[in-house]
Design a protein around this ligand. Sequence first.
Ligand SMILES: Cc1cc2nc3c(=O)[nH]c(=O)nc-3n(C[C@H](O)[C@H](O)[C@H](O)COP(=O)(O)O)c2cc1C
Length: 206
Amino acid sequence: MSKAKIAVISYSLWGHVAELAKEAAEGARATGADVTEYQIAETFSPEVLVKMKADKSLTKDLPVLNAQDLKNFDGLVFAFPTRFGRAPAQVSALFDRTGGLWASGSLLGKHVTMITSAGTQHGGVETTALTTFPFFVHHGMIYVPIGFQFPELSEISEITGISPYNAATVAGGNNSRRPTEKELRVSKAQGTYFAEIVGQFVRGKI
Ligand SMILES: Cc1cc2nc3c(=O)[nH]c(=O)nc-3n(C[C@H](O)[C@H](O)[C@H](O)COP(=O)(O)O)c2cc1C
Protein backbone atom coordinates (compact mmCIF):
# COMPACT_ATOMS: atom_id res chain seq x y z
CA MET A 1 0.00 0.00 0.00
CA SER A 2 1.30 3.40 -0.94
CA LYS A 3 2.38 5.56 2.01
CA ALA A 4 1.38 9.22 2.28
CA LYS A 5 4.45 11.41 1.81
CA ILE A 6 4.39 14.35 4.17
CA ALA A 7 6.81 17.25 4.67
CA VAL A 8 6.91 19.17 7.95
CA ILE A 9 8.47 22.52 7.09
CA SER A 10 9.37 24.89 9.89
CA TYR A 11 10.83 28.29 10.59
CA SER A 12 11.48 29.09 14.23
CA LEU A 13 13.74 31.70 15.79
CA TRP A 14 13.45 30.74 19.45
CA GLY A 15 12.29 27.14 19.22
CA HIS A 16 8.59 27.42 20.11
CA VAL A 17 7.35 26.49 16.67
CA ALA A 18 10.14 23.93 16.36
CA GLU A 19 8.83 22.09 19.43
CA LEU A 20 5.30 22.02 18.00
CA ALA A 21 6.56 20.92 14.58
CA LYS A 22 8.45 17.97 16.13
CA GLU A 23 5.23 16.80 17.75
CA ALA A 24 3.29 17.16 14.50
CA ALA A 25 5.94 15.12 12.68
CA GLU A 26 5.74 12.42 15.35
CA GLY A 27 1.95 12.41 15.14
CA ALA A 28 2.08 12.03 11.37
CA ARG A 29 4.67 9.22 11.58
CA ALA A 30 2.40 7.34 13.98
CA THR A 31 -0.01 6.78 11.06
CA GLY A 32 2.71 5.07 9.01
CA ALA A 33 3.20 8.09 6.77
CA ASP A 34 6.61 8.78 5.26
CA VAL A 35 7.56 12.08 6.98
CA THR A 36 10.47 14.40 6.12
CA GLU A 37 11.29 17.44 8.25
CA TYR A 38 12.75 20.60 6.73
CA GLN A 39 13.69 24.10 7.84
CA ILE A 40 12.91 27.22 5.81
CA ALA A 41 15.95 29.19 4.63
CA GLU A 42 17.02 32.08 6.85
CA THR A 43 17.23 35.57 5.41
CA PHE A 44 18.88 37.23 8.43
CA SER A 45 22.67 37.38 8.59
CA PRO A 46 24.45 35.36 11.32
CA GLU A 47 25.32 38.69 13.03
CA VAL A 48 21.66 39.69 13.21
CA LEU A 49 20.69 36.26 14.56
CA VAL A 50 23.25 36.65 17.36
CA LYS A 51 21.85 40.09 18.21
CA MET A 52 18.34 38.62 18.26
CA LYS A 53 19.56 35.83 20.58
CA ALA A 54 18.06 33.28 18.18
CA ASP A 55 18.07 29.66 19.31
CA LYS A 56 17.87 27.31 16.36
CA SER A 57 19.13 24.24 18.19
CA LEU A 58 16.03 22.20 17.28
CA THR A 59 16.06 23.02 13.56
CA LYS A 60 19.70 23.67 12.64
CA ASP A 61 20.38 20.11 11.48
CA LEU A 62 17.28 19.85 9.29
CA PRO A 63 17.76 20.13 5.53
CA VAL A 64 16.85 23.53 4.11
CA LEU A 65 13.78 23.23 1.89
CA ASN A 66 14.24 23.95 -1.78
CA ALA A 67 10.98 25.20 -3.34
CA GLN A 68 11.18 22.36 -5.88
CA ASP A 69 11.02 19.85 -3.00
CA LEU A 70 7.38 20.81 -2.39
CA LYS A 71 6.14 18.89 -5.41
CA ASN A 72 7.53 15.61 -4.02
CA PHE A 73 4.96 15.41 -1.20
CA ASP A 74 1.26 14.63 -0.90
CA GLY A 75 0.85 16.75 2.21
CA LEU A 76 2.63 19.83 3.56
CA VAL A 77 2.68 20.94 7.19
CA PHE A 78 3.98 24.50 7.53
CA ALA A 79 5.04 25.69 10.97
CA PHE A 80 6.13 29.28 11.58
CA PRO A 81 5.55 32.09 14.07
CA THR A 82 3.56 35.26 13.51
CA ARG A 83 5.11 38.54 12.42
CA PHE A 84 2.66 41.42 12.74
CA GLY A 85 -0.22 38.94 12.47
CA ARG A 86 1.06 37.33 9.29
CA ALA A 87 3.78 35.02 8.00
CA PRO A 88 7.47 35.91 8.45
CA ALA A 89 9.40 37.28 5.46
CA GLN A 90 11.32 34.00 5.33
CA VAL A 91 8.06 32.19 4.48
CA SER A 92 7.16 34.80 1.86
CA ALA A 93 10.64 34.42 0.38
CA LEU A 94 10.03 30.69 0.02
CA PHE A 95 6.66 31.20 -1.69
CA ASP A 96 8.17 33.89 -3.92
CA ARG A 97 10.34 31.09 -5.31
CA THR A 98 7.31 28.96 -6.24
CA GLY A 99 6.31 30.84 -9.41
CA GLY A 100 7.39 27.93 -11.60
CA LEU A 101 5.44 25.45 -9.47
CA TRP A 102 2.41 27.74 -9.72
CA ALA A 103 2.76 28.00 -13.52
CA SER A 104 2.94 24.21 -13.90
CA GLY A 105 0.16 23.56 -11.34
CA SER A 106 2.55 21.27 -9.47
CA LEU A 107 0.96 21.85 -6.07
CA LEU A 108 -2.68 21.64 -7.23
CA GLY A 109 -4.77 19.34 -5.04
CA LYS A 110 -2.08 18.79 -2.41
CA HIS A 111 -3.21 18.94 1.18
CA VAL A 112 -1.73 21.56 3.47
CA THR A 113 -2.04 22.56 7.10
CA MET A 114 -0.12 24.88 9.38
CA ILE A 115 1.00 25.43 12.96
CA THR A 116 1.95 28.76 14.47
CA SER A 117 3.03 30.74 17.52
CA ALA A 118 2.47 34.29 18.71
CA GLY A 119 4.01 36.30 21.50
CA THR A 120 0.61 37.34 22.80
CA GLN A 121 -2.77 35.74 23.27
CA HIS A 122 -4.62 37.83 20.68
CA GLY A 123 -1.65 39.03 18.67
CA GLY A 124 -1.96 36.88 15.60
CA VAL A 125 -2.56 33.17 16.05
CA GLU A 126 -5.73 33.17 13.93
CA THR A 127 -4.83 36.05 11.61
CA THR A 128 -1.58 34.31 10.72
CA ALA A 129 -3.52 31.32 9.42
CA LEU A 130 -5.99 33.54 7.57
CA THR A 131 -3.36 35.76 5.99
CA THR A 132 -1.37 32.73 4.85
CA PHE A 133 -4.32 31.21 2.97
CA PRO A 134 -3.67 33.21 -0.24
CA PHE A 135 -0.41 31.27 -0.74
CA PHE A 136 -2.30 28.00 -0.46
CA VAL A 137 -5.33 29.12 -2.45
CA HIS A 138 -3.31 30.45 -5.39
CA HIS A 139 -1.54 27.10 -5.62
CA GLY A 140 -4.89 25.26 -5.44
CA MET A 141 -3.98 23.44 -2.25
CA ILE A 142 -6.57 22.02 0.15
CA TYR A 143 -6.27 23.43 3.68
CA VAL A 144 -7.01 20.98 6.49
CA PRO A 145 -8.10 22.74 9.70
CA ILE A 146 -8.50 20.84 12.97
CA GLY A 147 -11.93 22.22 13.86
CA PHE A 148 -13.09 21.59 17.42
CA GLN A 149 -12.56 17.82 17.42
CA PHE A 150 -10.08 17.85 20.35
CA PRO A 151 -11.41 18.61 23.88
CA GLU A 152 -8.48 20.99 24.45
CA LEU A 153 -10.18 23.44 22.04
CA SER A 154 -13.20 23.99 24.26
CA GLU A 155 -11.46 23.75 27.61
CA ILE A 156 -10.50 27.18 28.99
CA SER A 157 -8.83 26.51 32.35
CA GLU A 158 -5.51 27.79 30.99
CA ILE A 159 -4.28 30.04 28.20
CA THR A 160 -3.49 28.25 24.94
CA GLY A 161 -2.76 29.34 21.40
CA ILE A 162 -4.87 26.53 19.94
CA SER A 163 -7.72 27.46 17.59
CA PRO A 164 -9.86 25.56 15.06
CA TYR A 165 -7.41 26.72 12.41
CA ASN A 166 -4.47 24.88 13.94
CA ALA A 167 -2.27 24.07 16.89
CA ALA A 168 -0.33 27.02 18.21
CA THR A 169 1.41 28.35 21.29
CA VAL A 170 1.61 31.70 23.05
CA ALA A 171 5.31 32.38 23.57
CA GLY A 172 4.95 35.43 25.82
CA GLY A 173 6.03 38.98 25.05
CA ASN A 174 9.65 38.06 25.85
CA ASN A 175 9.40 34.47 24.52
CA SER A 176 9.75 33.09 28.05
CA ARG A 177 6.68 30.81 27.96
CA ARG A 178 7.33 27.39 26.40
CA PRO A 179 4.67 25.32 24.58
CA THR A 180 2.48 23.64 27.18
CA GLU A 181 1.59 19.98 27.40
CA LYS A 182 -1.84 20.81 25.97
CA GLU A 183 -0.43 22.71 23.00
CA LEU A 184 2.10 19.97 22.28
CA ARG A 185 -0.62 17.33 22.52
CA VAL A 186 -2.83 19.13 20.00
CA SER A 187 0.12 19.65 17.69
CA LYS A 188 0.79 15.92 17.68
CA ALA A 189 -2.92 15.21 17.19
CA GLN A 190 -2.99 17.67 14.28
CA GLY A 191 -0.08 15.80 12.68
CA THR A 192 -1.94 12.50 13.07
CA TYR A 193 -5.25 13.87 11.79
CA PHE A 194 -3.61 15.55 8.81
CA ALA A 195 -1.66 12.41 7.87
CA GLU A 196 -4.84 10.32 8.12
CA ILE A 197 -6.69 12.68 5.77
CA VAL A 198 -3.80 12.71 3.30
CA GLY A 199 -3.48 8.93 3.61
CA GLN A 200 -7.13 8.42 2.69
CA PHE A 201 -6.66 10.60 -0.35
CA VAL A 202 -3.48 8.84 -1.48
CA ARG A 203 -5.01 5.37 -1.08
CA GLY A 204 -8.16 6.52 -2.87
CA LYS A 205 -6.11 7.46 -5.91
CA ILE A 206 -4.69 3.96 -6.40
C1 LIG B 1 9.37 41.30 14.05
C2 LIG B 1 8.46 40.53 14.97
C3 LIG B 1 7.10 40.71 14.87
C4 LIG B 1 6.24 40.02 15.73
N1 LIG B 1 4.91 40.24 15.63
C5 LIG B 1 4.07 39.66 16.53
C6 LIG B 1 2.68 39.92 16.49
O1 LIG B 1 2.15 40.62 15.62
N2 LIG B 1 1.90 39.36 17.43
C7 LIG B 1 2.40 38.56 18.43
O2 LIG B 1 1.64 38.10 19.28
N3 LIG B 1 3.73 38.24 18.45
C8 LIG B 1 4.57 38.78 17.54
N4 LIG B 1 5.91 38.48 17.56
C9 LIG B 1 6.39 37.47 18.50
C10 LIG B 1 6.69 36.13 17.80
O3 LIG B 1 5.56 35.65 17.14
C11 LIG B 1 7.24 35.12 18.80
O4 LIG B 1 8.54 35.53 19.14
C12 LIG B 1 7.23 33.72 18.20
O5 LIG B 1 5.91 33.25 18.15
C13 LIG B 1 8.10 32.74 18.94
O6 LIG B 1 8.17 31.57 18.13
P1 LIG B 1 9.57 30.91 17.75
O7 LIG B 1 10.31 30.69 19.04
O8 LIG B 1 9.22 29.62 17.10
O9 LIG B 1 10.32 31.83 16.82
C14 LIG B 1 6.78 39.13 16.70
C15 LIG B 1 8.17 38.93 16.75
C16 LIG B 1 9.01 39.61 15.89
C17 LIG B 1 10.49 39.37 15.97
